[in-house]
Design a protein around this ligand. Structure first.
Ligand code: SF4
Length: 373
């Protein structure tokens, strides 16, 4: 069975006003060193068995030097068996481009880059509070190709306040002209405590238009499919063979080990997570203790519901045979009414093998999730 390792690097150059991830800015070089050393300790405590994917996420992992990433890779290789074809991804902020050599990251074992482009429009980048330019994003992709990265993914956000359909179309067309292997297309989601959500609440920034956001997504999806991209998941469009295997593992319910502050792990229906405070993480792990802050055993209806909600994000949907195998022949009983309602609403479809979202259901996946819960 595929098994992934996620390594969280919780530091950033600055905090983007829409961001709710476990990350923080600041002058941290001393703390980064201590954090990486704690990570090595946690790797030696918890990494074992075999891994098919490794994902350095954040935060901004590209703030680390290639030598620091290599040290973590060596620690992993010392404690577990990395499959020879392992996919090893590093998230990269174009603003850190000058700090690191992409060729050195490649030599450290990274073979896939996930670049936080977010937009190719200067106006949108300013609105998002990003500290890089569109040119830096483009140059990062070009440098990645020169450094022999054959799998380069880019994140793009749509549905920004004041963003028009025409602006978004230009944005996506520009990104496509840079020829990434995968584009993850996210609608802007704002948690109420983020500065951008507060600006909207104070009416100093307009609310994004949900209908327009849906229209942008539908337009983009049609463009991707016309251009030969494959959609594996609601927001993920990739060239054949270039889909992120690490993310596929999350969506399929396969096990993964999360290392670092705030990192989550999952195995056999049990989810655990580490403390999110960086200083607490360093202190606990450096003293040989565990950083685990919580544990939840998913059972019964809850476990089935979670499997359905995550699995339905895949365009292939949820395999009914697999559900029967994992949960017994009556697995569907508790969801019959929800499935009926969602099918009537045109959000869900079912055949003898799969249950999956319709194209409209992909736009309203939250509605389907709420019905299933
Ligand atoms: S770079 Fe990414 S993780 Fe860091 S603050 Fe911005 S959105 Fe959040």
């Amino acid at each position: 069975m595929p098994r992934g390792v996620y390594i969280h690097i919780p530091f950033c150059l600055s905090k983007c006003p829409y961001c709710d991830f476990a990350s923080r800015p600041g002058k941290f070089s001393g703390e980064l060193e201590q954090y990486l050393s704690a990570l090595q300790t946690e790797i030696s405590q918890r990494a074992e068995g075999r891994a098919t994917t490794v994902y350095f996420g954040g935060g901004t992992p590209s703030l680390c030097s290639a030598a620091q990433i290599k040290t973590l890779m060596d620690a992993l290789a010392h404690n577990l068996r990395l499959s020879p074809q392992a996919e090893i991804t590093l998230e990269m902020n174009p603003a850190t481009m000058a700090l690191s050599s992409l060729a050195a990251f490649r030599q450290a074992g990274i073979n896939r880059l996930s670049i936080g482009v977010q937009s190719t429009s200067q106006r949108s980048l300013r609105l998002l509070g990003r500290t890089h330019t569109a040119l830096q994003a483009r140059t990062t992709i070009q440098k990645a190709r020169r450094a022999n990265f054959t799998n380069v993914s880019c994140d793009l956000i749509h549905g920004l306040p004041t963003q028009s359909q025409e602006e978004f179309q230009a944005d996506l067309n520009t990104l496509l002209s840079w020829e990434p292997d995968q584009i993850s297309l996210y609608a802007l989601q704002l948690e109420p405590w983020t500065p951008m959500a507060q600006q909207i609440q104070n009416k100093t920034m307009p609310q994004p238009d949900d209908d327009l956001t849906a229209k942008m997504y539908e337009w983009a999806r049609a463009v991707f499919l016309r251009k030969g991209f494959i959609q594996h998941e609601i927001s993920s469009f990739s060239r054949p063979g270039k889909t992120c295997r690490h993310n596929l593992l999350y969506w399929r319910g396969d096990p993964y080990l999360g290392l670092g502050a705030a990192a989550h792990s999952y195995e056999q229906g049990v989810r655990t997570w580490n403390c999110s405070d960086i200083a607490e993480y360093i202190q606990k792990v450096s003293k040989g203790g565990q950083a685990q802050a919580g544990r939840e055993a998913l059972e019964g209806r809850k476990r089935k519901a979670e499997r359905l909600i995550i699995g339905l994000r895949l365009t292939s949907g949820v395999n009914k045979q697999k559900m029967r195998h994992n949960f017994g022949k009556d697995w569907k009983k508790e969801f019959v009414k929800a499935f009926q309602d969602m099918k009537q609403a045109g959000l869900l479809m079912e055949n003898s093998e799969f249950i999956r979202l319709t194209p409209r259901g992909m736009l309203l996946a939250d509605v389907v999730s709420r019905a299933i819960i």
